[in-house]
Design a protein around this ligand. Structure first.
Ligand code: FES
Length: 176
């Protein structure tokens, strides 16, 4: 009978060689490899649409730091989901300027319109809905920002629905 205590589980790497190379290409711009952790997390999120535990460990390996150090950075920001997010992630602001102009109600409207809660993704994988504290675009309150850089606002219920229809058509062309 096999001795289970000696079983070694090897997993295929999550980070492709090209992605590992991209992370390493960042290192000359920073004072040390640890300082590359945050931009590396952004790169991985952009490519995988999430940062699972194995990716965290692989980032640590590439940067020659511990997985705990990567986890510390990741959990501090609360920005990096471990499960895949939708094609487009959108944050609706509920901080003061937006709240005073109906941000909470618009978030409720978006939840009802999409049939999902903040932090969830539509069943077709198109949109992940989030709420956010100030997005830095208070001039557009009540506002929302997509993770491809699009800013929406001032929003009302009709514009929230138009925004969702636009987001369902996919990410903004990076060249535009
Ligand atoms: S308070 Fe909503 S963008 Fe600043």
């Amino acid at each position: 009978m096999a001795d289970e205590s000696t079983t070694v589980v090897t997993r295929a790497p999550i980070l492709s060689p090209a992605l590992r190379a991209k992370i390493l290409e960042l290192t000359p711009r920073y004072p040390n490899k640890r300082a590359v952790t945050l931009p590396a997390l952004h790169l991985v999120l952009e490519h995988l649409r999430c940062v699972p535990l194995q990716a965290m460990a692989e980032i640590a390996e590439v940067l020659e730091i511990t997985p705990a150090e990567v986890h510390d950075t990741m959990s501090f920001y609360g920005f990096f989901p471990q499960a895949p997010i939708g094609d487009v992630r959108v944050w609706i602001c509920r901080s003061l300027s937006c709240m005073l102009r109906g941000g909470d109600e618009l978030l409720d409207h978006a939840r009802g319109h999409l049939g999902i809660e903040p932090g969830e993704t539509t069943p077709d994988g198109a949109i992940t809905l989030e709420f956010a504290e100030c997005l830095g675009v208070c001039d557009f309150a009540p506002a929302a920002v997509a993770d491809d850089g699009r800013v929406f606002g001032p929003l009302d219920e009709r514009k929230v629905e138009e925004m969702m229809a636009e987001l369902k058509r996919g990410r903004k062309d990076p060249a535009s």
